[in-house]
Write a protein of this length. Structure first.
Length: 117
């Protein structure tokens, strides 16, 4: 199951259960919809994800690259050790954030503070 919520200009996708070939098309449709509606910054909250089919990892990485090429980013956060191990075993080198809040804050680091330099 997937839920999308908006935090400022960042879309947070909460995942629950498993991400497998049975529901990957739903996940990809969500990402495609966000991309087409100019939501370029996405946090993937893996906190309640129990299983990730290793064969789908490359498709997630491809989406990270797509968002980056479009001027945004897709960041992963809150993954269990099991999910981290699957991602690492498949060669994922993207930074993994410990919490959704840390991932959200990382998007703010590039914003101007409003102070004159």
């Amino acid at each position: 199951m997937f839920r999308v919520k908006q935090v400022r200009d960042v879309s947070v996708i909460d995942t629950e259960g498993e991400l497998s070939r049975n529901n990957m098309h739903i996940f990809e449709n969500i990402l495609e919809h966000l991309s087409q509606s100019d939501c370029r910054n996405v946090v993937l909250n893996l906190g309640k994800l129990r299983h990730l089919d290793y064969r789908l990892v490359q498709r997630i990485v491809d989406r990270v690259i797509q968002f980056q090429c479009d001027g945004g980013d897709l960041k992963m956060a809150n993954a269990s050790m099991y999910i981290r191990q699957i991602l690492q075993a498949m060669g994922v080198e993207e930074e993994m954030y410990g919490t959704v809040e840390e991932a959200l804050l990382s998007f703010l680091q590039g914003e101007p503070s409003g102070e004159l330099q």
